[in-house]
Design a protein around this ligand. Structure first.
Ligand code: NDP
Length: 309
């Protein structure tokens, strides 16, 4: 199949990638956003966003749709495909997807984000889709008036736990340490919710179930060393994220945990390759920071192409 030529290839159509597409296409560059799924990225798994400027409270999928409309208004294209290979070809970069397409451009912007980390305990794979979930907005409705366990102590665990508490009869959050990591304002809200219960110093060692679905978890108390069991109808796991950087691992641009290293203009150590949003080594991963990164990369793409003409 013939190469598809662009000025800028954005890999990933979440908030970061869509913002780069907006800025670069508005600067008259020919831009394509490649994504292995629907545009919007993790916005599609987020029920309510109250800390993105301009909105009091916005649903993730609604914001995704608005961002997509904005990002494509100056001609940026969206194409489906999972990137399998990135090759350097002189000043150009050659991107291959599992659809058999090859995209070529002088500028590539990596905006692939991250995905949920697995708990890596017995039963997690087996009961996937049968009571084990990583997405409250996708699966919460299956658990109306049921008892749910949430694993984790960060912002996602507590916020998504609050969302689940609107549907479930009770939400028990299992926290492996003696305290939560979530922001105080989110913790305060959860502590006030009668349906939320926090159990500290407790790790999940196994997810149990019958022939049909999850029935509970096996636990280990990290303070007393005691093992126990807890019954539940579903287990939602929010134990952090891992970067989606597999196709870039041979480029020498990742840190030891797999996040992409950039300078303050979002450029990696390879001229013309930028990284933005959650996939980047960064102290804060939010929609607002992703959008900021995306704007910088879009503008830098323009500067890079202008200076290489
Ligand atoms: P985090 O990495 O912030 O937190 C992960 C949590 O999971 C920690 O409590 C960690 O415990 C726990 N954990 C990790 N591994 C295990 C394990 N094997 N068993 C049990 N618990 C485990 O991830 P989040 O998804 O919560 O957040 C990711 C990023 O997104 C953060 O930067 C966060 O601030 C941001 N975010 C912001 C929101 C907002 O501003 N409204 C909403 C959601 C996310 P420990 O503390 O012991 O390491």
């Amino acid at each position: 199949m013939a190469d598809k030529n662009y000025d800028v290839i954005v890999i990933g159509a979440g908030p970061a990638g869509m913002t780069t597409a907006l800025y670069a296409s508005r600067a008259n560059l020919k831009v394509v956003m490649l994504d292995r799924g629907a545009y919007g990225g993790n916005l599609n798994n987020t029920a309510s966003i109250v800390n993105y400027s301009g909105f009091k409270d916005v649903q993730g999928p609604e914001l995704a749709e608005k961002m997509y409309q904005g990002s494509t208004q100056f001609g940026a294209e969206y194409a489906y495909g999972t990137v399998t290979k990135v090759e350097l070809d002189g000043d150009n970069k050659r991107i291959t997807t599992d659809m058999g397409d090859t995209y070529v451009a002088p500028v590539v912007v990596i905006a692939t984000g991250s995905e949920h980390r697995k708990l890596a305990v017995p039963g997690e794979e087996e009961f996937g889709g049968r009571g084990v979930s990583y997405c409250a907005i996708c699966d919460g409705a299956f658990f109306k008036n049921k008892h749910l366990i949430v694993v984790g102590g960060g912002d996602s665990a507590v916020e998504e736990g609050l969302y689940l508490a609107e549907l479930a009869s009770k939400v028990t959050v299992l926290v492996r340490k003696g305290e939560l990591r979530a922001q105080p304002v989110i913790q305060d809200e959860a502590m006030k919710n009668d349906k939320m219960e926090f159990v500290y110093n407790t790790s999940v060692t196994e997810i149990m179930g019958d022939d049909v679905k999850v029935t509970g978890v096996k636990t280990h108390n990290n303070e007393t060393g005691e093992d126990g069991e807890m019954t539940a109808d579903g287990v939602f796991i929010y134990v952090g994220n891992v970067p989606l950087t597999e196709p870039f691992k041979d480029l020498g641009i990742l840190d030891d945990k797999g996040w992409v290293k950039t300078d303050n203009i979002m450029q990696t150590s390879i001229p013309g390759i930028y990284a933005i949003g959650d996939v980047r080594e960064t102290p804060l991963r939010q929609v607002a920071t992703a959008v900021g990164d995306g704007a910088i990369a879009g503008q830098q793409a323009y500067q890079y192409i202008k200076s290489h003409k």
